[in-house]
Design a protein around this ligand. Structure first.
Ligand SMILES: [Zn+2]
Length: 179
């Protein structure tokens, strides 16, 4: 074996060896990072424990405080965003807050579609995007979930949708209203 060949072989061996070592190192590093991640997660859990305990102990006052804040600011922001949306579409006629409250009252303070007493949003019977107006005649109270399910359908289209046909009571109520 010539020196050159031996040298080549050594280089090859070294290269192969280095590759193995690198692999092993990579494996080791993975295990290490796993260990650290695990340790971090456990540690973080301990850190969060205090907060979780605080929340559990004060759940009711926290929930009440949040609900109060939400109730106080919700109506303002919803009315504002509704008007802004309608104005953007060039509509000059808007229903008033009093008209909105009267309409909710008229319909029993619940969602027109599912009948649940959830927080109510303004649903446009004929969507603004389809040429509906912002006057009270075109407004119905709907929970967020029904409002987003209705999406760009008109009230009549939505009430005719198959997923609503199962609720006779709801349909009767709706037909009564639409008469
Ligand atoms: Zn609903």
């Amino acid at each position: 074996m010539t020196d050159r060949k031996r040298h080549e072989q050594n280089a090859k061996y070294y290269a192969a060896h280095r590759e193995q070592w690198r692999e092993r190192y990579a494996e080791h590093r993975e295990q290490l990072s796993e260990y650290y991640a695990k340790h971090y997660a456990e540690h973080r859990e301990q850190k969060c424990e205090y907060q979780a305990k605080y929340y559990a102990d004060h759940k009711e006052p926290i929930r009440k405080r949040q609900a109060k804040y939400y109730a106080e600011h919700r109506e303002q922001s919803l009315a504002f965003s509704n008007k802004r949306r309608a104005t953007k579409l060039g509509l000059s006629e808007h229903h008033t807050q009093a008209e909105w409250l009267a309409k909710i009252d008229l319909l029993g303070n619940c969602c027109f579609y599912c009948g649940e007493a959830k927080p109510l949003t303004r649903d446009h019977k004929i969507p603004l995007s389809r040429g509906g107006g912002d006057e009270i005649q075109n407004i119905l109270p709907a929970c967020k979930s029904c409002n987003s399910k209705k999406h760009t359908q008109t009230t009549e289209e939505y009430l005719g949708a198959s997923h609503l046909k199962d609720s006779l009571e709801r349909c009767v109520r709706a037909v009564e209203y639409l008469k």
